[in-house]
Design a protein around this ligand. Structure first.
Ligand code: GLA
Length: 722
């Protein structure tokens, strides 16, 4: 079998299918980043760094004024030396905190078959012994004895490299790590754009692109969660790249807490891209002999535009990041009672929802917030995970039984990381929350965060969840987290995140058949870290169909459709007040883990029939919609229309959607050019534009869409190859 990693005297060449990564060893001492992009047969250094004596560029070797770390393209830059750009790490010696420089130099390397697990952290995994190889590069700071092992895993199945760093204190004194980024990379890509997915609660992951120029762009979370505001994902698009053409390099940080993603472009146009745990308010004591593992970054390269990039990373996330039997299993159509009842429900009301939904083809009923303790509103009872018998006299077993008898599965909402101030748990253990002695305990939604860095708190959370999950009546869990971290000292936020990952590992591995959906006020933790434990995420608390077009469009750049929870909710929409048809709402929600978030009891007979038909249609096309190749056709950014489609991997089936946002009088003819079909196959198109055409015609010339009247209308096309 061909090796994925070549070791040469002066460089390392990592050869993934469709991409090469080259690191040069300069003077046997410095690791210089040489190439990450198009696949290369070999590396001869044709474009390698040539030393140049430049003004104001200091030199580590006084005999050579052409070598400066300020101009060398680096792999993991040191702090405080002759490089004035942003360092990848910083460690201070204890007890003196003055030391501000460090000099990692290359000491050696190792090749490892497969991919070692990252201690306590989520990461991409190999699925077989030889589907990847790992290169470990040893760096050492002679003065302190601090070591860093840079790890690079190359996959045989995809143009993907995973990078992370392990620090080891091999010195005699304690050190304090204050910056420990997962990766740094210097590259020259004139006029490249940085793509970010940013927003806020209910407006998550809006696409924004910025042309890189001198100075820095930093995206960060200081909230203790990856956040609604910025996603721990960025892509670098070369100047000419578009949705369908050109080079795209994507970077996912596999972490759900505070992060930094920074692109710093220097005086010569070289960009330094860095990702990792946010150094803001971060410090980690490293006693002699101790290690610190950074989270991992998944780097993926595509020469086929943003669309090609997305399809490739979707596959990789499904094949190498998400785990468990649900990853490639069709996700059930669910109905969640949150927007139907909020906290105001009893067994009778829930039963009526179940009885109404089951004959419509809904497969899973999810009981949301409010089923436990004194939880009559969002001011109390988090932590008291005991069923409220006033609301549910038959207990969870009662409503679970009703649900099963109706032929549906039963799911339950939890918010395990939190405690309400007004709760029995807080009264018993007021010190279990994250806090600083003598300081204000800031509340968010009247709740505090349990400090999962503490073993006894973790043990309690695991035990209370198991008490309920052991009943065997739960098929699905919605795992929520509805506030961010405050009053943390330097290591609290990361310790908490490691603790949360331990809890998630323990629970999700104990109940592999339960489908877990992660949530944080909607999409506040839609990140690669969470996807390692839970294969789907509630994409946003905003269920308005029009808002969802841009939220799901942006999310699809980095994450696969099957990971996106998407529901039809009632109108007027609860977040924006908009009226849209059931069809439009369903068409938007169908490209994902589909469901409902409304009260079906109020459906008219016509609406009930329509929903029944929608569900039947969805089931027939679900595999393509959830696991097909996703193609973005028209961006909703123009505010007039949007379109996307999904194609089965063997290209025999496809589904395309056109969404008209704003109607126009006397509008020009609309032609939709499809993508991803087999040009030689003939497709039977059903739906709004029925007929038979070749794939080449549907892609090359496009299909004429009928005129649509009214705002917020949609067209659905189903394609079947003959
Ligand atoms: C969060 C979730 C919602 C719902 C509520 C319940 O906001 O995103 O879907 O579960 O909590 O309190």
């Amino acid at each position: 079998m061909q090796r994925l990693i070549e070791v040469h005297p002066d460089h390392f060449h990592l050869k993934a299918p469709g991409a090469s990564y080259v690191i040069e060893l300069v003077r046997g001492t410095y690791l210089s980043h040489a190439h990450w992009g198009a696949p290369l047969e070999s590396w001869g250094g044709a474009n390698a760094h040539r030393g140049q004596d430049r003004a104001f560029a200091p030199n580590p070797d006084i005999t050579d004024r052409t070598l400066s770390l300020d101009t060398l393209k680096q792999e993991y830059p040191n702090p405080g030396g002759s490089d004035f750009r942003s360092p990848a790490w910083l460690a201070r010696t204890e007890p003196s905190s003055a030391a501000h420089s460090g000099e990692f130099v290359y000491r050696g390397h190792r090749l490892v078959t497969g991919k070692p697990l990252l201690a306590g952290l989520p990461s991409a995994t190999s699925r077989s012994r030889d589907d990847c190889e790992t290169l470990e590069l040893d760096l050492e700071d002679g003065l302190t004895g601090l070591k860093a092992i840079l790890s690079y895993t190359v996959f045989r199945t995809a143009p993907v490299i995973c990078r992370s760093v392990r620090f080891q204190n091999s010195g005699k004194a304690s050190l304090r790590l204050e910056r420990a980024l997962s990766m740094s990379m210097d590259f020259d890509l004139p006029e490249a754009r940085l793509l970010q997915l940013s927003g806020s609660w209910a407006r998550e992951r809006t696409v924004r692109e910025t042309v890189l120029g001198e100075g820095s762009i930093s995206l960060e979370s200081r909230r203790g969660a990856s956040s609604h505001q910025h996603n721990p994902f960025v892509a670098i698009l070369s100047a000419e790249s578009t949705e369908d053409h050109g080079e795209v390099r994507g970077f996912h940080l596999v972490y759900s807490g505070n992060f930094l993603a920074q692109a710093e472009t220097d005086q010569f146009g070289t960009t330094r891209l860095q990702l990792g745990i946010n150094p803001w308010a971060f410090s980690w004591e490293l006693a002699p002999g101790e290690s610190f593992q950074t989270p991992e970054v998944i780097l993926s390269y595509s020469a086929e535009g943003l669309g090609g990039y997305s399809r490739q990373i979707h596959r990789f996330i499904r094949d190498h990041l998400c785990r468990g039997p649900w990853v490639n299993r069709e996700r059930p159509i669910l109905i969640n009672n949150w927007e139907a009842t909020y906290f105001d429900f009893n067994e009778e009301k829930l039963s009526s929802i179940v009885q109404k939904a089951a004959p419509l083809g809904v497969e899973l009923f999810v009981l949301d917030d409010g089923w436990f303790g004194q939880r009559r509103d969002d001011r109390r009872a988090l932590g008291d995970w005991v069923v409220n018998r006033t609301k549910l006299p038959g207990g969870l077993e009662g409503i679970a039984k009703t649900t099963r008898q109706a032929g549906m599965k039963f799911g339950l909402w939890f918010e395990p990381e939190m405690v309400s101030v007004d709760s029995d748990l807080y009264r018993a253990h007021p010190d279990w929350c994250i806090h600083e002695e003598g300081r204000t305990r800031s509340e968010g939604r009247s709740q505090l965060v349990l400090n999962l860095g503490r073993p006894e708190v973790r043990a309690h959370v695991i035990q209370s969840l198991k008490l309920i999950l052991d009943s065997g009546s739960i098929d699905y869990v919605k795992w929520d987290s509805n506030r961010h971290l405050t009053e943390c000292d330097g290591s609290t936020a990361h310790r908490h995140m490691l603790g949360l990952y331990q809890v998630l590992e323990s629970i999700t591995s104990a109940y592999p058949e339960i489908l877990f959906e992660s949530c944080s006020g909607g999409g506040g933790r839609f990140d690669a870290g969470m996807l390692y434990y839970m294969p789907q995420v509630w994409t946003s608390d905003n269920t308005d169909a029009v808002s969802r077009l841009s939220i799901q469009w942006g999310t699809s750049i980095a994450y696969p459709p099957a990971t996106m929870g998407a529901h039809v909710s009632a109108v007027p929409n609860h977040q924006v007040g908009r009226m849209t048809s059931v069809k439009m709402r369903a068409d938007v929600a169908m490209t994902g883990a589909f469901g409902y978030e409304l009260d079906p009891v109020v459906f008219s007979p016509e609406e009930a029939r329509e929903v029944q038909d929608l569900n039947a249609w969805y089931k027939a096309n679900r595999r393509t919609l959830q696991f097909g190749d996703f193609h973005r056709l028209k961006s909703p950014a123009s505010h007039d229309a949007a379109a996307w489609m999904s194609v089965a991997p063997d290209k025999t089936r496809a589904v395309a959607f056109w969404f008209q946002i704003m109607a126009r009088a006397n509008a020009p003819q609309r032609v939709l050019r499809l993508k991803g079909l087999d040009p030689r196959k003939t497709y039977r198109v059903s739906g709004a534009c029925a007929g038979e055409w070749s794939g080449s015609e549907l892609m090359g010339a496009g299909i004429r869409l009928p005129d649509l009247h009214g705002d917020y209308t949609s067209i659905r096309l189903e394609l079947q190859a003959n």
